[in-house]
Design a binder for this molecule. Structure first.
Ligand code: GTB
Length: 216
């Protein structure tokens, strides 16, 4: 049974890899698991068929035989659990790698999301411009702490893990803000993630998918 994930029929970013299917593709590429992609059009996202897969009508989802999952944290953890390559074998190291996944999603991503929500959904509101320096400072605070912990290591805790995959995926979203470049060690960390062949394959796959000619 081939794994099937869902993705935007056409990502609003035009294939810049910012939609969350990219992190799932990356995990699948890291472990060498083949997968197919089912496009979901905007009109289908909140319709019953997709809501049965994802209670909030979002992408991505993951299907493997009888198992359907939503939430990229759960999906990447499942992939890492079922295949070698994304989590250490040693129990404590494995627990720490999983902690970094949670840190990426629960501690680092929320202030980044706040900026993106403000820009894309509240850009025309009078308070957005006023709040922006505050929101940037919140992100800087997290980046400062993360950079301090990373130090001059390549990855957050020993070898590359699902924790790094998730952290790099989250940090990538900051690129256009310029905030990442204020922390050269983190910019280099993200670049190391992006240089991985599995990331390159995932990025190219989503780019090709999002720029494919329209079907008739
Ligand atoms: N917590 C969930 C997870 O990690 O899986 C969040 C899933 C999520 O937010 N999915 C978004 C979605 O389906 C797509 S990735 N949104 C539609 C909806 O909520 O109705 C977010 C995203 C979308 C587009 C860009 N972009 O174009 O730059 C970047 C990121």
């Amino acid at each position: 049974m081939t794994i099937t994930i869902t993705a935007f029929d056409r990502s609003p970013d035009g294939g810049r890899g910012l939609a969350r299917d990219t992190r799932v593709r990356w995990a699948l590429e890291e472990v060498g698991a083949p997968y197919e992609v089912r496009p979901v059009a905007w009109a289908e996202m909140k319709a019953p068929a997709h809501l049965a897969r994802h209670p909030f009508g979002q992408i991505p989802t993951f299907e493997d035989g009888d198992l359907t999952l939503f939430e990229t944290g759960a999906i990447v953890l499942h992939i890492a659990d079922r295949h070698a390559g994304l989590l250490p074998d040693e129990a404590d190291a494995r627990a720490r790698a999983i902690a970094w996944m949670f840190a990426a999603l629960n501690t680092v991503e929320p202030p980044i999301l706040e900026i993106q929500t403000a820009l894309f959904q509240e850009g025309d509101r009078p308070w957005t411009r006023e709040r922006m320096p505050l929101m940037h400072e919140r992100v800087r605070g997290r980046l400062r702490q993360l950079a301090a912990r990373l130090g001059d290591a390549d990855w957050l805790d020993g070898a590359f893990s699902a924790g790094d995959l998730m952290m790099v995926s989250v940090l990538l979203r900051l690129r256009s803000s310029g905030l990442l470049d204020e922390f050269p060690a983190l910019a280099a960390y993200v670049a190391r993630g992006e240089a991985r062949p599995a990331y390159q394959r995932a990025f190219e796959a989503q780019r090709a998918f999002n720029t494919r000619p329209p079907s008739r």
